[in-house]
Design a protein around this ligand. Sequence first.
Ligand code: ADP
Ligand code: MG
Length: 394
Amino acid sequence: MADIKSVEAADVRGKRVLVRVDFNVPVKEGAVTDDTRIRAALPTITYLLEHGAKVILMSHRGRPSGKGFEEEFSIKPAAERLAQLVDAPVAVASDVAGENAHEMADKLQPGEILVLENLRFDPREKKNDPSFCEELASLAEVYVNDAFGTAHRAHASTTGVAHLLPAYAGFLLAGEVQTLSGMLAEPKRPFVAILGGSKVSDKVGVIDALIDKADTIIIGGGMCFTFLMAKGFEVGTSLKEEDWVERARAMMEKAQAAGCELLLPVDVVAADKFAEDANTVTCAADAIPADMMGLDIGPETEKLYANAIAGGTTVFWNGPMGVFEMKAFEHGTRAVCEAVAANEEAATIIGGGDSVAAVNKFDMADRMTFISTGGGASMELVEGKALSGVEALK
Ligand code: ADP
Ligand code: MG
């Protein structure tokens, strides 16, 4: 962290400051339906306004075709929501870094905000095209990246432009990098990592990295069945990745050699179909009926896991324990969530889109120490990968 500079180190008074934010928010009938990401950028935006900067914001939103303006993906609804949250005038450019954006940027006064149109209206954004980087950079004198959620992408607005202007980290991005790298570099022990979600194949890098760091790893979610198969259990019609059984076995051996305790479910809730109204049974992990699928961890496992979580001083959680979107299979995820929230002594860190959604669904967000806003980006950091958007700030 010492090697990236905070926005607080920048001289921004009277200057045009180009800020990459993550305003990739859902919109319905022209209105933002979840403004979490806009709110997450407010500390940096407010800081810049208070320090007399002319603030130029840029973000992508959704997946436009990349052939110019498309109303459906306009940044306007996000800018309108922002205008309700800040005490400053907010204008929107009709293009990304074209004539209108330049004209408006020239006229911008300290304490005012200009929002550029959706970066991905220009196909050069994702290609990190040098000409587009130049066009963006020529709008401003200082660059700030506060879009942690896209920090793992080497795009013009996250990487290329950072090399053309004095570049700084916004508060959101800096906080994410500090918390997640701090957790890995010097975790207060015992360090308990809870990993779930759907597939082992999605998370091998994360599991592998955490085996090296954590004292205890708790496995749940769809991925646990591949591990149970590696133990030689039959798992019925549960989600399984036959090609990954060997890899799962190798990870179990690696954990054992590293002195990392790896916990697997001792019982599961199995269903006769993937549906809310399925018939269910609770059975031991080695007695899953051949025609049924495990969709949640069972009550004995909940107790085992809650106990392990209570013993942690650093607790990291990524991935739901079951199909928490369905009421019938949310119990295990809720129990784990409750156990994490209840451990008030520990630094509790939540990462991953669905895990964060689960924490919010159970209304326990304010009981956690840190909730990461970046799904893919936080997983790559935990895996130990360098994020190109962060590297570009060095
Ligand atoms: P995150 O976004 O937090 O990283 P993932 O995307 O890896 O988490 O996984 C979340 C998904 O895993 C959820 O949609 C959930 O329904 C699914 N899941 C959890 N347990 C199971 C299971 N036993 N079988 C099938 N899918 C599962
Ligand atoms: Mg997910």
